[in-house]
Write a protein that binds this ligand. Structure first.
Ligand code: HGY
Ligand code: MN
Ligand code: MN
Length: 420
């Protein structure tokens, strides 16, 4: 494409301003964002997002799981829209960019097309997916997984948070349980911009990551049942200590991930001790954990090794260890044509780039199972994410949004309405 559109660029200050404006919804004293899905702060950002999309001339719809779809009409409405977007919920100690960049860059693409008077052939639909993070309600990437057919809407509506509140109740509380059935809205494909959330692009001094694969993920919920007893009177050999047992489980997860390195990872992120007390040997506890790998066979090996390890620990310590697999996402391979469109846009814009595998899960990874999909990464400072220190530069965010703009233009096709 050699006409004036080649020079079309998003408005970097407007995007940067939007990112920092939305960061106030759930702002934390350390400069991060706590915006758990379907909570009051999520309602605030959703209301802001709806108003901004409507001000940009889009029609906003909401489905039964609260996912928001903002449609920009194209010349040929018989064509399925090209989807772009991400998520606006965050981790408890999240940052300003995870999910937000992709969702607001999608809005910035629309604003830029409006300013330039460009009408695309196919319509464009920007999406805010409900509960990508999976922190309040499991699984992660929940709504896009339901959209892809991995779960029924009723199953997801019944999921409960730690306080026993269901997804359905939370949606009703913030007024975002839409009438549209999940999965009804069809797309010609989906492109998601996201910070890398890892150290590779920054270390390699690349501005753009052209994402070709995504890791597979297995999530587990575990319970350990020992025997609570007096910390002072119970001889060491007689103890059935759930917390000491748990510590061996954590080290087994770490050992297995290291053994299957360099790409496998394993994490135990939560533990809740029943009735903890300094002078009581822990009797019962619950925990959550995960394994990830770009290879399915490695996921299998991690799972098998873990099952073996907990049987041995349980027998030796005479403590029961029960672990349920609650979510499994196979590794993602993104669509060649869409990945090529990202790479071509990146080359046309002249950004340093290379192909990369995503360590994090994303909504685009679920969508890739039911439509052509691709992702664009930009660096984040020190590769840090899921931490209030998460940071990125305005220039890198703008570069990612420009690649998103030109990728979408190439995929949606451009009708009348030349750049003035
Ligand atoms: O867990 C993930 O990979 C995503 O950031 N929710
Ligand atoms: Mn994310
Ligand atoms: Mn995240």
């Amino acid at each position: 494409m050699t006409d004036a559109r080649t020079n079309l660029q998003i408005d970097s200050s407007r995007l940067w301003g939007a990112i920092h404006e939305t960061a106030k919804f759930g702002a934390t004293p350390k400069g991060g964002v706590r915006r758990l899905t379907l909570g009051p702060e999520d309602k605030q950002v959703r209301d802001w997002f709806r108003a901004a999309c409507e001000a940009a001339g889009m029609e906003v719809g909401v489905d039964a799981l609260g996912t928001m779809y903002a449609l920009r009409r194209g010349r040929d409405m018989s064509k399925p829209p090209i989807g772009l977007g991400s998520h606006l919920d965050t981790q408890p100690t999240g940052g300003k960019f995870d999910g937000v960049l992709g969702t607001l860059a999608a809005l910035e693409v629309i604003r830029t097309l409006n300013d330039a008077g460009i009408e695309t052939d196919a319509p464009i639909c920007i999406v805010n997916w409900t509960n990508e993070e999976g922190s309040r309600f499991a699984p992660a990437m929940m709504a896009s997984a339901a959209y892809a057919g991995d779960y029924t809407t009723d199953d997801i509506l019944s999921r409960r948070d730690a306080e026993g509140v269901t997804v359905g109740e939370a949606l009703d509380t913030i007024g975002y349980r839409g009438a549209e059935p999940v999965g009804q809205r069809k797309f010609g494909g989906f492109v998601e911009l996201h910070i890398e959330q890892g150290p590779i692009l920054e270390a390699e001094e690349k501005t753009i990551g052209v994402v070709e694969r995504g890791q597979g993920i297995i999530w587990y919920d575990g319970r350990i049942a020992g025997f609570a007893s007096h910390a002072g009177t119970t001889p060491m050999p007689l103890r059935r200590d759930a917390l000491a047992t748990f510590s061996e489980v954590v080290l087994a997860v770490e050992r297995l991930a290291r053994e299957h390195g360099p790409h496998a990872v394993g994490t135990v992120g939560e533990v809740i001790i029943d009735n903890p007390s300094r002078n009581v040997i822990a009797g019962d506890l619950a925990f959550t954990m995960e394994f990830r790998s770009p290879e399915s066979k490695t996921l299998e090996a991690l799972n098998a090794g873990f099952r073996e390890a907990i049987i041995e620990i349980s027998k030796r310590r005479k403590v029961s260890i029960d672990v349920d697999q609650v979510w499994r996402k196979e590794p993602t391979v993104f669509n060649d044509r869409f990945v090529g469109a990202v790479e071509n846009a990146t080359k046309m814009l002249g950004y340093a780039h290379h192909r990369i595998t995503s360590g994090a899960g994303h909504d685009a990874c679920n969508l890739a199972t039911v439509m052509p999909a691709a992702m664009i990464f930009v660096p984040c400072k020190d590769g840090v994410s899921h931490n209030e220190l998460e940071d990125a530069t305005q220039a890198d965010c703008a570069a990612g949004a420009n690649v998103l703009l030109h990728t979408v233009l190439s995929l949606a096709g451009v009708g009348g309405g030349e750049v003035q």
